[in-house]
Design a protein. Structure first.
Length: 69
């Protein structure tokens, strides 16, 4: 829906997919029994928090929104 900074794309994707397909273990972000939309929402939250932790400006991370069930 909104454009993102070119430099954020690879970084965000790396964080997102790392969380989306994380090894299942205690404290893991991804659980095998989780429905896809829940796993995607958790991964999106994780990736956004990582961008914030890297101190990117508000305008660069605020556009990542999960819409769905």
């Amino acid at each position: 829906m909104w454009q993102m900074s070119d430099e954020d794309g690879p970084t965000f994707a790396s964080f997102f997919y790392r969380a989306m397909f994380a090894e299942q273990g205690e404290g893991s972000l991804a659980h095998s029994s989780e429905i896809g939309f829940k796993r995607a929402a958790r991964a999106l939250c994780f990736a956004t928090k990582e961008l914030r932790r890297k101190k990117v400006s508000l305008e660069r991370w605020v556009n990542f929104v999960h819409i769905g069930a």
